[in-house]
Ligand binder design. Structure first.
Ligand code: 5GP
Ligand code: MN
Length: 353
Protein backbone atom coordinates (compact mmCIF):
# COMPACT_ATOMS: atom_id res chain seq x y z
CA UNK A 1 0.00 0.00 0.00
CA UNK A 2 0.69 3.65 0.23
CA UNK A 3 2.99 6.41 -0.94
CA UNK A 4 4.79 4.40 -3.48
CA UNK A 5 5.66 6.69 -6.30
CA UNK A 6 9.25 5.96 -7.16
CA UNK A 7 10.31 9.60 -7.32
CA UNK A 8 9.49 12.61 -5.24
CA UNK A 9 7.20 15.38 -6.34
CA UNK A 10 4.47 15.94 -8.79
CA UNK A 11 6.73 16.60 -11.74
CA UNK A 12 7.70 12.94 -11.79
CA UNK A 13 4.12 11.70 -11.86
CA UNK A 14 2.96 9.98 -15.00
CA UNK A 15 0.93 12.57 -16.89
CA UNK A 16 0.30 10.65 -20.07
CA UNK A 17 -3.30 10.28 -21.11
CA UNK A 18 -4.99 7.06 -20.06
CA UNK A 19 -3.54 4.46 -22.38
CA UNK A 20 -3.14 0.72 -22.15
CA UNK A 21 0.65 0.96 -22.23
CA UNK A 22 2.00 2.29 -18.97
CA UNK A 23 4.57 -0.46 -18.87
CA UNK A 24 8.31 -0.02 -18.63
CA UNK A 25 10.45 -1.28 -21.50
CA UNK A 26 11.17 -4.44 -19.53
CA UNK A 27 7.52 -5.31 -19.02
CA UNK A 28 5.59 -7.15 -21.63
CA UNK A 29 2.62 -5.09 -22.63
CA UNK A 30 -0.65 -5.52 -20.89
CA UNK A 31 -2.03 -6.25 -24.35
CA UNK A 32 -0.39 -9.67 -24.43
CA UNK A 33 -1.48 -10.32 -20.88
CA UNK A 34 -5.06 -9.32 -21.67
CA UNK A 35 -5.05 -11.59 -24.71
CA UNK A 36 -4.02 -14.48 -22.46
CA UNK A 37 -6.78 -13.63 -19.99
CA UNK A 38 -9.25 -13.58 -22.87
CA UNK A 39 -8.15 -17.06 -23.99
CA UNK A 40 -8.37 -18.58 -20.51
CA UNK A 41 -11.57 -20.02 -19.08
CA UNK A 42 -10.91 -21.00 -15.46
CA UNK A 43 -8.77 -18.55 -13.58
CA UNK A 44 -7.32 -18.36 -10.10
CA UNK A 45 -6.56 -14.89 -8.77
CA UNK A 46 -4.37 -14.40 -5.74
CA UNK A 47 -2.57 -11.60 -3.95
CA UNK A 48 -0.32 -10.83 -1.01
CA UNK A 49 -0.47 -11.56 2.72
CA UNK A 50 -2.06 -8.92 4.95
CA UNK A 51 -4.26 -7.73 2.11
CA UNK A 52 -4.87 -4.02 1.66
CA UNK A 53 -7.42 -2.00 -0.28
CA UNK A 54 -5.51 -2.41 -3.53
CA UNK A 55 -5.09 -6.18 -3.31
CA UNK A 56 -8.72 -6.69 -2.33
CA UNK A 57 -10.20 -4.14 -4.74
CA UNK A 58 -8.05 -5.31 -7.66
CA UNK A 59 -8.81 -8.99 -7.02
CA UNK A 60 -12.57 -8.45 -6.88
CA UNK A 61 -12.70 -6.07 -9.85
CA UNK A 62 -10.66 -8.36 -12.07
CA UNK A 63 -12.73 -11.39 -11.05
CA UNK A 64 -16.04 -9.61 -11.66
CA UNK A 65 -14.78 -8.25 -14.98
CA UNK A 66 -13.66 -11.68 -16.15
CA UNK A 67 -16.98 -13.16 -15.07
CA UNK A 68 -18.73 -10.68 -17.31
CA UNK A 69 -16.84 -12.37 -20.15
CA UNK A 70 -18.24 -15.75 -19.06
CA UNK A 71 -15.16 -17.04 -17.27
CA UNK A 72 -15.00 -19.01 -14.05
CA UNK A 73 -12.89 -17.27 -11.47
CA UNK A 74 -11.72 -18.18 -7.98
CA UNK A 75 -10.09 -15.64 -5.73
CA UNK A 76 -7.79 -17.22 -3.17
CA UNK A 77 -6.11 -15.04 -0.56
CA UNK A 78 -3.63 -16.14 2.09
CA UNK A 79 -5.02 -13.85 4.81
CA UNK A 80 -8.47 -12.63 5.73
CA UNK A 81 -9.84 -9.30 4.65
CA UNK A 82 -9.52 -6.45 7.19
CA UNK A 83 -12.91 -5.47 8.58
CA UNK A 84 -12.83 -2.07 6.92
CA UNK A 85 -12.85 -3.66 3.43
CA UNK A 86 -15.41 -6.41 4.08
CA UNK A 87 -18.25 -4.33 2.64
CA UNK A 88 -16.61 -4.76 -0.79
CA UNK A 89 -17.13 -8.51 -0.66
CA UNK A 90 -20.54 -9.09 0.93
CA UNK A 91 -20.94 -12.53 -0.68
CA UNK A 92 -17.53 -13.82 0.38
CA UNK A 93 -16.08 -14.19 -3.13
CA UNK A 94 -12.60 -14.09 -1.67
CA UNK A 95 -11.71 -17.53 -0.28
CA UNK A 96 -9.25 -17.31 2.56
CA UNK A 97 -7.03 -20.37 2.56
CA UNK A 98 -6.39 -22.07 5.87
CA UNK A 99 -2.97 -23.41 6.79
CA UNK A 100 -2.54 -26.94 5.44
CA UNK A 101 -5.90 -26.98 3.63
CA UNK A 102 -5.95 -29.18 0.53
CA UNK A 103 -6.59 -27.10 -2.55
CA UNK A 104 -7.63 -28.58 -5.85
CA UNK A 105 -6.42 -26.18 -8.51
CA UNK A 106 -5.94 -28.80 -11.23
CA UNK A 107 -8.88 -27.57 -13.29
CA UNK A 108 -7.64 -24.00 -13.62
CA UNK A 109 -5.94 -22.85 -16.81
CA UNK A 110 -4.37 -19.57 -15.64
CA UNK A 111 -3.14 -18.12 -12.35
CA UNK A 112 -3.00 -14.37 -11.81
CA UNK A 113 -0.95 -12.79 -9.03
CA UNK A 114 -1.95 -9.21 -8.24
CA UNK A 115 -0.13 -6.46 -6.30
CA UNK A 116 2.98 -8.53 -5.53
CA UNK A 117 5.68 -10.32 -7.50
CA UNK A 118 7.73 -12.19 -4.92
CA UNK A 119 6.31 -15.69 -4.29
CA UNK A 120 7.12 -15.29 -0.59
CA UNK A 121 4.48 -12.54 -0.46
CA UNK A 122 1.75 -15.09 -1.16
CA UNK A 123 2.33 -16.65 2.26
CA UNK A 124 0.67 -20.00 2.82
CA UNK A 125 -0.59 -20.08 -0.79
CA UNK A 126 2.91 -20.08 -2.21
CA UNK A 127 3.20 -23.84 -2.70
CA UNK A 128 -0.31 -24.43 -4.01
CA UNK A 129 -0.22 -21.52 -6.44
CA UNK A 130 3.34 -21.73 -7.73
CA UNK A 131 3.47 -25.52 -7.97
CA UNK A 132 0.12 -25.73 -9.76
CA UNK A 133 0.45 -26.84 -13.39
CA UNK A 134 -1.22 -23.79 -14.94
CA UNK A 135 0.78 -20.85 -16.35
CA UNK A 136 0.98 -17.78 -14.13
CA UNK A 137 0.89 -14.10 -14.89
CA UNK A 138 1.61 -11.17 -12.61
CA UNK A 139 0.17 -7.65 -12.57
CA UNK A 140 1.99 -5.51 -10.05
CA UNK A 141 3.17 -1.98 -9.38
CA UNK A 142 6.00 -2.75 -6.98
CA UNK A 143 9.66 -2.45 -7.82
CA UNK A 144 10.57 -5.88 -9.16
CA UNK A 145 12.93 -7.52 -11.58
CA UNK A 146 11.45 -9.99 -14.09
CA UNK A 147 10.67 -13.35 -12.53
CA UNK A 148 10.82 -16.68 -14.25
CA UNK A 149 7.78 -17.99 -12.38
CA UNK A 150 5.56 -15.95 -14.68
CA UNK A 151 4.74 -16.48 -18.32
CA UNK A 152 4.00 -12.75 -18.39
CA UNK A 153 5.11 -10.39 -15.65
CA UNK A 154 3.78 -6.86 -15.87
CA UNK A 155 5.59 -4.96 -13.10
CA UNK A 156 4.95 -1.27 -13.51
CA UNK A 157 6.21 0.84 -10.58
CA UNK A 158 4.96 3.99 -12.30
CA UNK A 159 1.38 2.94 -11.74
CA UNK A 160 -0.09 4.39 -8.55
CA UNK A 161 -1.93 1.18 -7.77
CA UNK A 162 -2.52 -2.28 -9.15
CA UNK A 163 -6.12 -1.06 -9.54
CA UNK A 164 -4.89 1.28 -12.34
CA UNK A 165 -3.38 -1.68 -14.15
CA UNK A 166 -6.53 -3.76 -13.71
CA UNK A 167 -8.49 -0.86 -15.18
CA UNK A 168 -6.24 -0.96 -18.24
CA UNK A 169 -6.75 -4.70 -18.55
CA UNK A 170 -10.53 -4.33 -18.31
CA UNK A 171 -10.40 -1.57 -20.94
CA UNK A 172 -8.41 -3.84 -23.24
CA UNK A 173 -10.94 -6.60 -22.66
CA UNK A 174 -13.72 -4.09 -23.32
CA UNK A 175 -15.40 -4.81 -20.03
CA UNK A 176 -17.56 -1.86 -19.02
CA UNK A 177 -17.32 -0.52 -15.48
CA UNK A 178 -20.34 -1.23 -13.37
CA UNK A 179 -20.78 0.23 -9.86
CA UNK A 180 -19.30 -2.77 -7.99
CA UNK A 181 -16.22 -2.94 -10.24
CA UNK A 182 -15.78 0.83 -10.19
CA UNK A 183 -16.07 0.92 -6.38
CA UNK A 184 -13.54 -1.88 -5.91
CA UNK A 185 -11.04 -0.15 -8.22
CA UNK A 186 -11.69 3.22 -6.57
CA UNK A 187 -10.82 1.64 -3.21
CA UNK A 188 -7.53 0.29 -4.61
CA UNK A 189 -6.57 3.61 -6.16
CA UNK A 190 -7.67 5.82 -3.27
CA UNK A 191 -6.07 3.77 -0.51
CA UNK A 192 -2.74 3.31 -2.32
CA UNK A 193 -2.53 7.08 -2.89
CA UNK A 194 -3.43 7.87 0.75
CA UNK A 195 -6.77 9.19 -0.44
CA UNK A 196 -5.14 11.17 -3.27
CA UNK A 197 -2.50 12.87 -1.10
CA UNK A 198 0.74 10.97 -1.72
CA UNK A 199 3.25 11.79 -4.44
CA UNK A 200 1.92 9.00 -6.64
CA UNK A 201 -1.27 11.06 -7.07
CA UNK A 202 -1.01 12.26 -10.65
CA UNK A 203 -3.43 13.82 -13.10
CA UNK A 204 -3.85 10.34 -14.48
CA UNK A 205 -4.94 9.08 -11.05
CA UNK A 206 -7.64 11.75 -10.90
CA UNK A 207 -8.80 10.89 -14.41
CA UNK A 208 -9.10 7.24 -13.42
CA UNK A 209 -10.89 8.19 -10.18
CA UNK A 210 -13.29 10.34 -12.21
CA UNK A 211 -14.11 7.35 -14.37
CA UNK A 212 -14.85 5.24 -11.29
CA UNK A 213 -17.12 7.93 -9.84
CA UNK A 214 -18.85 8.34 -13.19
CA UNK A 215 -19.48 4.58 -13.19
CA UNK A 216 -21.06 4.60 -9.73
CA UNK A 217 -18.36 4.67 -7.04
CA UNK A 218 -19.53 6.83 -4.11
CA UNK A 219 -16.35 8.48 -2.79
CA UNK A 220 -17.89 9.83 0.41
CA UNK A 221 -19.50 6.51 1.36
CA UNK A 222 -16.30 4.62 0.57
CA UNK A 223 -14.22 7.02 2.65
CA UNK A 224 -16.53 6.56 5.59
CA UNK A 225 -16.49 2.75 5.29
CA UNK A 226 -12.71 2.61 5.19
CA UNK A 227 -11.58 5.37 7.55
CA UNK A 228 -14.46 5.79 9.98
CA UNK A 229 -15.29 2.26 11.07
CA UNK A 230 -12.40 1.29 13.35
CA UNK A 231 -13.04 -0.78 16.45
CA UNK A 232 -12.25 0.92 19.73
CA UNK A 233 -9.52 -1.67 20.35
CA UNK A 234 -7.84 -0.81 17.04
CA UNK A 235 -7.88 2.92 17.83
CA UNK A 236 -6.48 2.24 21.31
CA UNK A 237 -3.69 0.23 19.68
CA UNK A 238 -2.84 3.34 17.66
CA UNK A 239 -2.46 5.05 21.03
CA UNK A 240 0.10 2.44 22.10
CA UNK A 241 2.04 2.98 18.87
CA UNK A 242 2.05 6.74 19.46
CA UNK A 243 3.13 6.42 23.11
CA UNK A 244 6.12 4.32 22.12
CA UNK A 245 7.50 6.52 19.35
CA UNK A 246 11.28 6.76 19.53
CA UNK A 247 13.00 9.66 17.84
CA UNK A 248 16.61 9.20 16.75
CA UNK A 249 19.17 10.87 14.48
CA UNK A 250 17.89 14.30 15.45
CA UNK A 251 14.29 13.36 14.70
CA UNK A 252 15.02 11.96 11.22
CA UNK A 253 14.28 8.39 12.28
CA UNK A 254 10.97 7.80 14.02
CA UNK A 255 10.00 4.33 15.06
CA UNK A 256 7.63 2.43 17.30
CA UNK A 257 6.88 -1.19 18.06
CA UNK A 258 4.23 -3.68 19.13
CA UNK A 259 5.62 -6.74 20.85
CA UNK A 260 3.89 -10.12 21.22
CA UNK A 261 2.61 -9.37 24.71
CA UNK A 262 0.92 -6.17 23.64
CA UNK A 263 -0.55 -7.74 20.51
CA UNK A 264 -1.98 -10.66 22.46
CA UNK A 265 -3.38 -8.40 25.15
CA UNK A 266 -5.28 -6.10 22.77
CA UNK A 267 -6.67 -8.95 20.67
CA UNK A 268 -6.55 -6.99 17.42
CA UNK A 269 -5.78 -9.35 14.52
CA UNK A 270 -2.65 -8.60 12.50
CA UNK A 271 -4.67 -7.97 9.34
CA UNK A 272 -6.12 -4.90 11.08
CA UNK A 273 -2.66 -3.32 11.53
CA UNK A 274 -2.78 -1.64 8.12
CA UNK A 275 -2.47 2.13 8.66
CA UNK A 276 -1.01 1.99 12.18
CA UNK A 277 2.19 3.57 10.88
CA UNK A 278 0.43 6.51 9.23
CA UNK A 279 0.61 8.99 12.15
CA UNK A 280 4.41 8.59 12.22
CA UNK A 281 4.53 10.05 8.73
CA UNK A 282 3.01 13.28 9.96
CA UNK A 283 5.77 14.26 12.40
CA UNK A 284 7.85 17.26 11.39
CA UNK A 285 11.45 16.45 10.48
CA UNK A 286 10.88 12.72 9.99
CA UNK A 287 12.72 11.16 7.06
CA UNK A 288 12.45 7.44 7.80
CA UNK A 289 9.55 6.03 9.76
CA UNK A 290 9.34 2.43 10.92
CA UNK A 291 6.87 0.30 12.83
CA UNK A 292 8.01 -3.12 14.04
CA UNK A 293 5.48 -5.65 15.14
CA UNK A 294 6.16 -9.12 16.37
CA UNK A 295 4.14 -11.45 14.12
CA UNK A 296 5.59 -14.55 15.79
CA UNK A 297 7.92 -14.79 18.77
CA UNK A 298 11.11 -13.01 17.69
CA UNK A 299 9.91 -12.53 14.11
CA UNK A 300 9.20 -8.87 13.45
CA UNK A 301 7.37 -7.40 10.51
CA UNK A 302 8.92 -4.02 9.78
CA UNK A 303 6.92 -1.41 7.90
CA UNK A 304 8.88 1.53 6.50
CA UNK A 305 7.74 4.89 5.23
CA UNK A 306 9.92 7.71 3.99
CA UNK A 307 9.49 11.39 3.43
CA UNK A 308 11.80 13.28 1.13
CA UNK A 309 14.52 11.55 -0.79
CA UNK A 310 15.25 8.44 1.28
CA UNK A 311 14.66 5.14 -0.52
CA UNK A 312 13.20 2.70 2.00
CA UNK A 313 12.66 0.06 -0.67
CA UNK A 314 16.46 -0.28 -0.83
CA UNK A 315 16.64 -0.84 2.95
CA UNK A 316 13.77 -3.35 2.91
CA UNK A 317 15.27 -5.20 -0.05
CA UNK A 318 18.64 -5.52 1.74
CA UNK A 319 16.75 -7.09 4.63
CA UNK A 320 14.96 -9.58 2.38
CA UNK A 321 11.75 -7.60 1.72
CA UNK A 322 10.73 -4.98 -0.79
CA UNK A 323 7.99 -2.55 -1.78
CA UNK A 324 8.18 1.00 -3.05
CA UNK A 325 10.66 3.83 -2.63
CA UNK A 326 8.45 5.52 -0.04
CA UNK A 327 6.68 2.55 1.51
CA UNK A 328 8.29 -0.83 2.00
CA UNK A 329 8.52 -3.72 4.39
CA UNK A 330 10.42 -6.83 5.44
CA UNK A 331 10.65 -9.41 8.22
CA UNK A 332 13.56 -9.39 10.67
CA UNK A 333 14.28 -12.11 13.23
CA UNK A 334 15.56 -11.56 16.74
CA UNK A 335 14.88 -9.74 19.96
CA UNK A 336 13.56 -6.19 19.81
CA UNK A 337 17.02 -4.93 20.74
CA UNK A 338 18.62 -6.92 17.91
CA UNK A 339 16.07 -5.65 15.39
CA UNK A 340 16.58 -2.08 16.57
CA UNK A 341 20.31 -2.46 16.10
CA UNK A 342 20.02 -3.76 12.53
CA UNK A 343 17.56 -1.03 11.66
CA UNK A 344 19.67 1.71 13.22
CA UNK A 345 22.66 0.62 11.13
CA UNK A 346 20.60 0.61 7.94
CA UNK A 347 19.03 3.97 8.74
CA UNK A 348 22.44 5.51 9.52
CA UNK A 349 23.65 4.37 6.08
CA UNK A 350 20.54 5.64 4.32
CA UNK A 351 20.74 9.02 6.06
CA UNK A 352 24.48 9.23 5.39
CA UNK A 353 25.33 9.86 9.04
P1 5GP B 1 3.14 -2.15 4.59
O1 5GP B 1 4.18 -1.48 5.42
O2 5GP B 1 1.95 -1.28 4.40
O3 5GP B 1 2.81 -3.55 5.03
O4 5GP B 1 3.79 -2.32 3.16
C1 5GP B 1 4.32 -1.25 2.45
C2 5GP B 1 4.71 -1.70 1.06
O5 5GP B 1 5.81 -2.60 1.14
C3 5GP B 1 3.60 -2.45 0.36
O6 5GP B 1 3.60 -2.04 -0.98
C4 5GP B 1 3.96 -3.89 0.51
O7 5GP B 1 3.52 -4.63 -0.58
C5 5GP B 1 5.48 -3.86 0.62
N1 5GP B 1 5.95 -4.87 1.58
C6 5GP B 1 5.66 -4.94 2.89
N2 5GP B 1 6.27 -5.98 3.48
C7 5GP B 1 6.97 -6.61 2.51
C8 5GP B 1 7.81 -7.78 2.49
O8 5GP B 1 8.04 -8.45 3.50
N3 5GP B 1 8.33 -8.12 1.26
C9 5GP B 1 8.10 -7.38 0.14
N4 5GP B 1 8.67 -7.78 -1.01
N5 5GP B 1 7.33 -6.29 0.13
C10 5GP B 1 6.76 -5.89 1.29
MN1 MN C 1 -0.83 -1.76 -4.28
Amino acid sequence: MNDQHPKVGRSSSPEAPVSPHLGTMASPSLGALSALLRKSQRLVITSHIQPDGDSIGSSLALAWGLEKLGKQVRILHPDSCPEKYRFLDPHGRIEVVREGAALDLAGADLGVLLDASDPARVGKLKEAFFKAPFPKVCIDHHVSSPRSEFLLHHACPKAAATASLVLQVLDLLQVSLEPAIASALFVGLSTDTGWFRYSNTSARVFREAARFIQAGADAEALFSQIYETFSLARIRLEGVVLERIHSEFGGSFLWSYLDRRTIEAVRVPLVEFDGLIDPLRTIRGGKIMALFYEIQPEVWKVSFRSRGEVDVEAIATRLGGGGHVKAAGCNVKGTLEAVEKVLRQEVAKALGT
